[in-house]
Design a protein around this ligand. Structure first.
Ligand code: PMP
Length: 301
């Protein structure tokens, strides 16, 4: 096994030595923000969008990221180069940093910055061929006016409760409703339904994170001629859809073949889901910030 290097507060350390203080408010309170980013064939996919979302999350919680976007890009590129990864998942974490035991974030010295690159896949390959089963869980999405889902914070307890319910039901993902009972998203993915030529995903104000994969699929679907929209829908609409699929950086596009015991369509990944997954996979290897290049290290793509 090759050594794995992790960027922690200005230096690269081996995975075994990658540690933070127990006084870091990221650890004590989930006070911080993060991004999950993918690298395909040496191209960091939609890095600008991820950095934009990260900086907006930080702005919202009054956390000053101690680097510019260009510097963070360089750190990400260096992390990939040091680990010699061409295909990887990157976790970029900005924590509030070390403080005292009180909640007050302004006692913290300086934000912590961590970049981890790993070669992992969320779902086994076979599930992309078979599709997955999901259930609706009792846990509701945080209300957008209380804790905006647009803030991709280190506080993922809402999503973790959903994941626990999914696990207890024996499925790998779940459908989360918002406080009004409209479909919001999965524990870590966005949801889409397909009926005829129309493709729908819940709007952000219903509690869904504005996923970067989601936005990419909306764009691709529109280009391919689908009638794609952000619209509220209920569980009924999910049950009677021709196809249902989830999107996320880690999950990419994965078909859902059963929801709350109802078989969706033919009970296999649908034609449109496969078309979108294929179009997505084709683009990701071409688009993005290039990590390995002959002339320069970083090149906007
Ligand atoms: N919703 C939630 C709650 C998530 O954590 C994620 C993963 N970041 C997504 C949706 C999908 O977003 P993206 O496509 O940007 O990974």
């Amino acid at each position: 096994m090759l050594e794995q290097w992790v960027y922690v507060d200005g230096e690269f350390v081996l995975k075994e030595d990658a540690k933070i203080s127990v006084y870091d408010h990221g650890f004590l309170y989930g006070d911080g923000v993060f991004e999950g980013i993918r690298v395909y064939n040496g191209n960091v996919y939609r890095l600008d969008e991820h950095l934009q979302r990260l900086y907006e999350s930080a702005q919202s919680i009054m956390l000053t990221i101690p680097y510019t976007k260009e510097e963070l890009t360089q750190i990400i590129v260096e992390t990939l180069q040091k680990n010699q990864y061409r295909d990887a998942y990157i976790r970029l974490v900005i924590s509030r940093g070390r403080g005292n035991l009180g909640l007050d974030p302004f006692t913290c010295e300086k934000p912590g910055v961590i970049v981890i690159a790993e070669q992992l896949a969320l779902f086994p390959k076979k599930l992309y061929e078979t599709g997955i089963e999901i259930v609706t869980v009792a846990s509701r999405r945080n209300r957008a006016d209380v804790l905006s889902p647009k803030v991709k914070s280190l506080n993922y307890l809402n999503n973790i409760l959903v994941k626990i319910e999914a696990n207890l039901a024996g499925v790998s993902e779940a459908l989360m409703l918002n406080d009004q009972g409209y479909v919001a998203e999965g524990s870590a993915d966005n949801v889409f339904i397909v009926k005829g030529n129309s493709i729908k995903t819940p709007p952000g104000y219903l509690g869904a994170l504005e996923g970067i994969t989601r936005n990419a699929i909306v764009e691709i679907a529109a280009e391919l001629g689908y009638n794609v929209s952000e619209e509220p829908f209920t569980r009924h609409d999910v049950y009677v859809a021709d196809e249902v699929f989830l999107t996320g950086t880690a999950a990419e596009v994965i078909a859902v073949i059963k929801v709350d015991g109802r078989v969706i369509g033919e009970g296999v990944p649908g034609k449109h889901t496969n078309i979108l997954l294929e179009a997505f996979r084709k683009r990701v290897v071409e688009e993005g910030v290039k990590v390995y290049s002959k002339s320069t290290n970083v090149q906007a793509g």
